[in-house]
Design a protein around this ligand. Structure first.
Ligand code: ADP
Ligand code: MG
Length: 222
């Protein structure tokens, strides 16, 4: 599902360097990414989603070489194939929760917004415990509710790949388990793959595999 070869990246004018010789995620695999703050976990997800482009090396998702796409193609590819739960949610404050969840359908002709999609959006929000918050704006939500709205938005298009950046951070234990259950259920129902950055070490045994960013850092030093 993901194939990374000889990836090199840096932000212009900074010291930070990310170097990943090889990383693969098999179809249907559920992999957790751990590692210290500032080690490049979010950067890696952005590179996989085509939000950032590598300096060198290749990133392929499915059969598509992301670096080979134009900006517009990368955006369309991302909206159709990748569900991204951002660390800072990136909810739009001027839209209510329902419209935030439906937003991917409004910005690409590749997704068709119809009654079935709206019904699934409501069902998903109810399942996530925010069914009664659909008319609220993001600034009227708690941190955990924002997180759940961001997850609904990522899951609604049934993406083949879900990238989750600390989606279970700052949630109480029962919500944490619930959200992970829902993420895993969606991944299995839709035969998707999951790459999830997490700090919740008690949840790690639920993943197929754990990748430690410390290993890439050691790679960078040598
Ligand atoms: P993590 O998610 O593991 O905490 P990040 O990928 O967010 O780490 O960041 C890795 C490094 O890159 C950090 O040193 C961070 O300060 C830096 N960084 C992140 N985003 C940017 C940016 N847009 N411009 C410049 N530097 C950045
Ligand atoms: Mg991060």
């Amino acid at each position: 599902m993901i194939e990374i070869q000889s990836l090199k990246f840096r932000y212009p004018g900074t010291e930070f360097r990310l170097k990943i010789p090889e990383f693969n995620l098999a179809r249907f695999e559920k992999v957790a990414v751990i590692g210290p703050s500032g080690s490049g976990k979010t950067t890696l997800l952005n590179l996989i989603a085509g939000i950032l482009t590598p300096l060198d090396g290749s990133v392929a998702v499915g059969d598509i070489e992301i670096n080979g796409l134009s900006d517009a193609e990368r955006r369309d590819f991302r909206i159709r194939n990748i569900g991204f739960v951002f660390q800072d949610f990136e909810l739009l404050d001027y839209l209510d929760v329902m419209d935030n969840i439906l937003h991917p359908y409004r910005i690409t002709s590749a997704l068709k917004l119809d009654r079935e999609v709206r019904a699934r959006a409501v069902a998903l929000a109810e399942n996530m415990g925010i069914g009664n918050k659909l008319k609220r704006r993001p600034d009227e939500l708690s941190h955990g509710e924002k997180q759940r709205a961001a997850i609904c938005r990522a899951l609604l298009p049934n993406p083949g790949l879900i990238l989750s950046d600390e989606a279970t951070g700052n949630l109480d234990p029962s919500n944490k388990t619930k959200i992970l259950d829902l993420l895993f259920q969606t991944v299995e129902d839709h035969q998707a793959s999951l790459l999830a950055v997490t700090h919740d070490h008690e949840l790690l045994n639920r993943f197929d595999r754990v990748v430690d960013f410390q290993d890439f850092q050691d790679e960078n030093i040598s």
